[in-house]
Ligand binder design. Structure first.
Ligand code: CDP
Length: 339
């Protein structure tokens, strides 16, 4: 039996405590190549300033159902790191303790600088609408225990926010005043990434063509991009992530270890998008969707700030004749070589 140590900081909200606990667990699972059944027990500790939730709940939600879990209070010592979650994770995998890879993440890296180096890892996926970025990214995230960050959902959330306020997304001066009060978040619920706007689950609501077009409009404005890019970088800092969008490899994460430019023929992308819309209960025809996608690509490729463009060091994958599994397998192979 070996024991893996971990630490990470969180905000004192249920969502943050669960999300950071999940990140810490995923990092430990990935770094030590663990199967969930090998986990025997986990003891979590939290500093006294974290009392909004039990971290063990996040482990159960991830499917760690057999292991013995407990949560205890960390000793209060003068000058110690605030808002810190720690864990001892016991594993039966036939390895020796000296092979254990401990995970000290984000702000908690200061606790063990000797162990924290080189833990972050990023896969950037860019490409036009309907090329399959989000479907593939979710698959890779799940297979390689990476955190998935859907940056398009952030632009879509701002688009929806503006539309609900009755602001025209086509006018920069109309939407910019709304930016300072806008806040969205990703939450993990039962192993799924959900998008929230002011406490409301908008995961499905933002998947319409109208919200997509509005997203493409607001994504042209520099202050909008700057605010969302800052959030995106913060979400990726010190973590192992896969992020998809339009400017990830070129601008948001220029040092990503792996950059993919995912493309597909326009007709194929339109067919996929139509399928998605119909599944979502929305009416549309193929010519309509093809025209909408082409217009959005045009908008995204020709805008002034951070347009959609293949990074010089990106690997191009054309998914026109590939299944989701094939694309995911190709990306996973490349990612493993670089980890
Ligand atoms: O799902 P789909 O590929 O159609 O779009 P999305 O990824 O949800 O993004 C919606 C819109 O947000 C895009 O058309 C872009 O204009 C914008 N976006 C962006 O400018 N930069 C990103 N990193 C992600 C999305």
């Amino acid at each position: 039996m070996i024991c893996i140590r971990g630490a990470i900081q969180a905000e004192n909200t249920k969502q943050s405590i669960w999300q950071e606990t999940e990140t810490m667990l995923r990092e430990a699972i990935q770094a030590n190549d663990l199967a969930l059944e090998e986990i025997v027990a986990i003891q979590f500790t939290a500093t006294a300033d974290l009392d909004a939730a039990y971290p063990a709940v996040a482990a159960r939600k991830m499917g760690i159902t057999e292991a013995a879990l407990s949560c205890v209070a960390e000793m209060k010592v003068v000058g110690s790191l605030p808002r810190c979650l720690r864990m001892n994770l016991w594993v039966e995998n036939g390895k020796a303790q000296k092979e254990a890879k401990h995970v000290y993440l984000g702000g908690a890296a200061v606790l063990r600088p000797d162990l924290a180096g080189g833990k972050s890892f990023a896969v950037a996926i860019d490409g036009p609408a309907g090329s399959g970025k989000s479907t593939v990214a979710k698959q890779v995230a799940s297979d390689l225990a990476l955190i998935y960050i859907d940056t398009g959902a952030m632009y879509r959330a701002f688009s929806l926010y503006c539309m609900r306020l009755g602001l025209s997304t086509e006018q920069e001066e109309a939407v910019l005043p709304a930016l300072s009060d806008f806040s969205m978040e990703f939450r993990n619920e039962n192993g799924q990434r959900r998008v929230y706007l002011a406490g409301e689950d908008i995961t499905q609501t933002i998947r319409t063509q109208q919200v997509g077009q509005g997203a493409s409009n607001v994504a042209r404005y520099l202050p909008v991009r700057e605010k969302l890019v800052e959030l995106q970088r913060h979400m990726a800092q010190g973590k192992r992530v896969i992020m998809d969008g339009r400017d990830i490899g070129t601008h948001v994460l220029p040092n990503a270890q792996l950059k993919i430019y995912l493309d597909a023929a326009l007709e194929e992308r339109a067919k996929r998008r139509l399928g998605e819309l119909r599944e979502n209960g929305q009416q549309a025809t193929l010519p309509e969707v093809t025209a909408q996608i082409a217009a959005r690509d045009d908008n995204d490729k020709n805008r002034q700030y951070h347009p959609l463009r293949q990074a010089d060091d990106a690997i191009v994958i054309d998914s026109t004749d590939m299944t989701v599994e094939e694309v995911a397998a190709a990306i996973e192979q490349l990612a493993k070589e670089r980890m």
